[in-house]
Design a protein around this ligand. Structure first.
Ligand code: SF4
Length: 445
């Protein structure tokens, strides 16, 4: 049962888990349950002074666009940054997930300065990301850079969802927590520009604009991603489809950014092609560790590849990329989703810990995003509150302890680590690792 007063829940966890930074407790709660916005705190749309939420792959909202009202018409910011307040928060970057019913609200205070309010009380100052100069320039065909090559993580990562749908389609194949296909439909229905397959020349043009105007060199990496390809797109299989973008980028901007790809766990020959195309970091996401839950939540992956084979391919790919550069993601929190998930935090943590040990004992450092229970997904519908906050806090503790157990540091390509320094915005694992533990991508396996 959730404590009715969220402040009490948050403060209780801060007290019980003093080794987890307080910043991470607030950040995890915002990521799992979302935040509300006063109209005055919205971005001002695509031409304002604030960087708007780009909807870079999934909706990451707790309501559908038609239910968001003003927050849909006048976009919220991509991220917010928290500082100060009664918990003396160090600078904390949080991805924006909108939930009009959240006890957290971003609004202006009496002096007009923006703050984050929990249960009506101001708990931190809020900074908004400035509109980057490169968002103010359009491609020659009129498309916006935000549509083609949005940046997240306070500008660190260029997020290239080059295929906006997934070929795992329908209830029997789609992952049960994923709204990629619905998000594509809702943006189309709202008449927003939302390109299904992004042409390579548009990507290159958008990157050229970023490269030109990102004079502070804030962008360090790009991620090529999108839905799984079980047959072909444009005549190409998954490795060639995503790899061809990397090839074009690396030929035009050699090693300007760290190239990453999020794709299925593919056979070794395909993985080699990714590497040959110039990708440096491979994310074959394992999603959820428990066998039964993987089979239930990822029916497409189970049917086409199978869990054991998926894990084998993850380990095999270290031959190509080196263990440090294979970074599989999991969706933290779905372990506890009703009706199939674990009933207790202890069981959920024990299961995920087993998975972390499996990978880390092989030198592979997974990372995670905090589950956002989007309302059009089966798991989101059944669990609008997401997972208990205690699960997320204990996961941070377990993750750090397991890293230390195997003498590993945080994965490369995520920017600085440590409270007050991290920019990774969709989970607080980087905020919870000691400062200076970050690593850069190895250029060769
Ligand atoms: S493989 Fe699963 S998580 Fe990935 S895009 Fe497809 S449905 Fe979503």
């Amino acid at each position: 049962m959730e404590t009715p007063n969220r402040t009490a829940l948050v403060e209780d966890l801060m007290e019980r888990f003093p080794h987890v930074p307080r910043e991470a407790v607030i950040k995890e709660d915002l990521l799992r349950g979302g935040m509300a916005f006063d109209e005055s705190a919205l971005s001002g749309g695509d031409d304002g002074d604030v960087k708007p939420k780009s909807y870079f792959i999934f909706s990451f909202d707790h309501r559908t666009l038609p239910e968001l009202g003003q927050a849909a018409l006048n976009r919220p910011p991509e991220e917010i940054v928290l500082t100060g307040g009664p918990y003396e928060l160090r600078r904390t970057v949080v991805s924006v997930r909108v939930n009009p019913d959240s006890p957290y609200r971003v609004k202006g205070g009496e002096d007009g300065s923006l703050g984050l309010y929990l249960d009506g009380k101001r708990i931190s100052d809020v900074g908004l990301p400035p509109m980057p100069e490169y968002y103010r320039h359009k491609l020659s065909n009129g498309k916006s850079v935000m549509e083609v090559a949005p940046t997240i993580q306070w500008g660190y990562l260029i997020y290239l969802t080059v295929f906006r749908v997934c070929q795992y389609f329908g209830a029997k194949e789609e992952c049960q927590y994923c709204d990629i296909n619905h998000n594509w439909r809702q943006h189309k229905a709202a008449g927003r520009p939302y390109t299904g397959v992004k042409p390579s020349d548009e990507i290159l043009e958008a990157l050229e604009i970023i490269d030109k105007y990102d004079t502070a060199k804030a962008s360090h990496a790009y991620t090529l991603t999108g839905g799984s390809i079980t047959s072909k797109v444009g005549g190409k299989d998954e490795a060639d489809f995503y790899g061809s973008y990397a090839k074009a980028i690396e030929e035009t901007f050699p090693r300007r950014w760290i190239g990453k790809v999020v794709a299925q766990a593919l056979p070794l020959d395909d993985v080699k092609r990714f590497h040959d195309y110039g990708i440096q970091i491979y994310h074959p996401n394992f999603e959820v560790w428990d066998k039964r839950l993987f089979e239930l939540y990822c029916p497409g992956k189970e049917r086409y590849v199978g869990r054991a084979e998926w894990h084998k391919r993850i380990l095999d790919s270290t031959e190509v990329f080196g263990a440090r550069n294979v970074i599989p993601n999991f969706v933290a929190g779905v372990e506890m989703a009703e009706p199939f998930g674990f009933q207790t935090v202890d069981e959920a943590i024990a299961s995920t810990h087993e998975g972390l040990r499996f990978f880390m004992s092989n030198g592979v450092v997974p990372r995670f995003t905090t589950w956002c229970p989007e309302p059009t997904t089966p798991l989101g519908k059944a669990n609008p509150q997401g997972a208990p906050l205690e699960y997320h806090i204990r996961l941070l503790e377990t993750y750090r302890a397991t890293l230390e157990e195997f003498g590993l540091s945080s994965p490369p390509g995520y920017g600085p680590a440590g409270p007050g320094r991290a920019v990774f915005s969709v989970s607080s694992f980087m905020d919870s690792i000691p400062e200076g533990a970050e690593a850069e991508a190895a250029t060769e396996a």
